[in-house]
Design a protein around this ligand. Structure first.
Ligand SMILES: [Zn+2]
Length: 370
């Protein structure tokens, strides 16, 4: 499957299909239904969460022959042309690739002419913060006195880089990163429609790896489909993503608790051979500690005999290890040093020992309250 097919295919075509941005959708719907249109909108938020998709959808709302409407028909010429990316009155600019002032001027000069097909001429500028200072001035002039038929849709990952003069003239919406649940649901829906089986654990892994970005998640999903075919399983996804399965991370923790460096280092070597990403392994380890700490505080059944002090110490060392992993000559070396640091700073005194025992088992759970 060629890259970005899913992202294109599943781009939201109506507000009902936008995921995870309920507040913004509600505000836009309300504004459209009550006929309160603005001449400049700014969408900000991290990459891949649907800023330009939302902007294109809004362009459809403005341009639909039955509109302006919050529910564009999807059938008329403007609706179809916008969906296909060839609507003459929607001018899309990627400021990341066009930063010269002449380009913006050229664009803003064309703004003075009335729209060719529809009621508005709509200018969508992606990554608008990358426009040069001169380009901003040119944009600002038009924003100050926009012709009636012009609507600006601006998108940026870095709104703080925009001058106040631009910000103050825009209706600003900040998109939220998507939650793992929202992404899981969305991907599950897509896979169902594509007739692909997926186990729930695999779905969770994919959603987590997307880190809040629909676009990253969809391109990952494409790789998963290409790799797994019609059946996506946790084991295959772990392999594909270089993730440590939960079993390996648990075994690492066990080796620490038993002061068993040999089995720990053997495990690390095996993970390296499987091509594991050690940043991800450390994150999984940190997550496991977090889960154990919560289990202790909430007095749920804890699966591991470990003191809360030890959890805190491991957590702190693992966090610093993750931060410094990029500084190590290679990932495996960095991870091994973090592992050895976890071993070296073990608080053996907490159960009365003065020297770390070899292959010590925490045999008396009463001394290690759960
Ligand atoms: Zn329409």
């Amino acid at each position: 499957m060629p890259s970005h097919v899913l992202a294109r295919k599943w781009r939201p075509q109506s507000f009902a299909e936008v995921i995870g941005q309920a507040v913004i959708v509600q505000a836009l719907t309300h504004a459209l239904e009550s006929g309160r249109l603005h001449h400049a909108y700014l969408f900000s938020g991290t990459r891949g969460i649907g800023k330009t998709s939302l902007a294109r959808l809004l362009a459809k709302c403005f341009s639909c022959e039955k509109g302006p409407t919050a529910t564009p028909c999807g059938q008329c010429n403007p609706c179809l042309a916008i969906a296909q990316g060839n609507y003459l009155d929607l001018l899309e600019i990627d400021a990341a690739s066009r930063t010269k002032v002449e380009d913006t001027r050229e664009l803003l000069e064309s703004v003075q002419y009335p729209p060719i097909m529809g009621r508005y001429k709509i200018i969508l500028i992606d990554e608008v913060h990358m426009l040069s200072g001169h380009s901003f001035n040119a944009l600002l002039k038009t924003l100050e006195e926009p012709p009636k038929h012009v609507i600006f849709l601006l998108a940026t990952t870095e709104p703080e880089k925009l001058p106040n003069t631009v910000l103050s003239r825009c209706l600003h919406f900040t998109l939220k990163p998507l939650t793992n649940d929202a992404l899981s649901q969305h991907f599950n829906h897509i896979l169902q429609q594509e007739n692909i089986n997926v186990d729930p654990n695999a779905l969770t892994l994919i959603a987590k790896s997307a880190r809040g970005s629909v676009r990253d998640g969809l391109s990952l999903l494409e790789r998963c489909i290409a790799f797994c075919g019609g059946d996506i399983t946790e084991a295959k996804i772990s392999g594909l993503l270089g993730l440590a399965d939960s079993h390996s991370v648990q075994k690492l923790l066990d080796s620490l608790l038993q002061n068993d460096a040999v089995s720990g280092l053997t495990l690390i070597r095996a993970l390296a051979e499987k091509g594991a990403d050690f940043t991800v392994v450390l994150e999984a380890f940190i997550e496991l500690l977090h889960q154990l700490a919560l289990q202790q505080v909430l007095q749920k059944e804890c699966t591991v005999a470990i003191t809360s002090e030890r959890i805190q110490l491991y957590y702190q060392i693992a966090l610093i290890g993750r931060r410094d992993l990029a500084l190590a000559p290679d990932q495996q070396m960095g991870f091994e040093m973090t592992y050895l640091r976890l071993l070296a700073f073990q608080p053996w005194d907490d159960d009365g020992d003065t020297a770390p025992p070899v292959k010590k088992k925490l045999s008396n759970p009463a001394m290690n309250p759960i």
